[in-house]
Design a protein around this ligand. Structure first.
Ligand code: NI
Length: 180
């Protein structure tokens, strides 16, 4: 069990473009994925990208069964996704609240495609190809943005809908206080 330190906004490591993985089924890749899984579980994250623990490789993980940080989210299959490519199915977007372990204690409203196709590989190099909608699609887009050095707060739909959870809740801008 290795819970890694999650880089926080301001750390230049979050702003790098991550490099593609070229070798699958390696001890190093297994170790990275195990660290990502342990770290995501420890912080109750919905997803985590390798750059968030200081590794500039195109690896993300995500998955939600029941997550106290996202109490109303539908389940998302636990997935290791390497060298991902996202293609929107259509142009429709919707705005919703997002948080990020690299921007702790805050939430912001972000527009994302509501229907996407994504493809990539698991840690053994097996192709993963899926369609995703709604929260699942949002999580994948959020995590994959980390691979290009993009944080959700770079893409706010409305700057007034961004801030610390406690202040947003006190002001009635978000209607409940998610546990973090
Ligand atoms: Ni994030």
């Amino acid at each position: 069990m290795t819970v890694k330190t999650v880089l926080r906004i301001g750390d230049p490591g979050l702003r790098e473009t991550a490099q593609p993985v070229t070798n699958f089924s390696t001890i190093e890749l297994d170790q990275l994925i195990s660290d990502l899984l342990d770290t995501m579980a420890h912080y109750n994250g919905a997803g985590l990208a390798a750059p968030q623990i200081g590794v500039a490789l195109r690896v993300v993980i995500f998955g939600v069964e029941h997550n106290p940080r996202y109490p109303h989210a539908e389940p998302v299959p636990r997935t290791v996704l390497i060298n991902p490519i996202i293609t929107p199915v259509d142009t429709h977007q919707a705005a919703d609240w997002e948080g990020c372990l690299s921007v702790p204690g805050m939430r912001g409203m972000v527009s994302r495609y509501t229907r996407i196709q994504y493809r990539g590989f698991d840690q053994h190099g097996q192709l993963i190809e899926r369609q995703a909608e709604q929260f699942h699609a949002r999580v994948v887009q959020h995590e994959c943005d980390h691979l290009d050095g993009i944080l959700y707060c770079d893409k706010l739909a409305d700057p007034q809908k961004f801030g610390f959870i406690e202040e947003l809740a006190s002001a009635g801008i978000i209607d409940q206080l998610p546990t973090e």
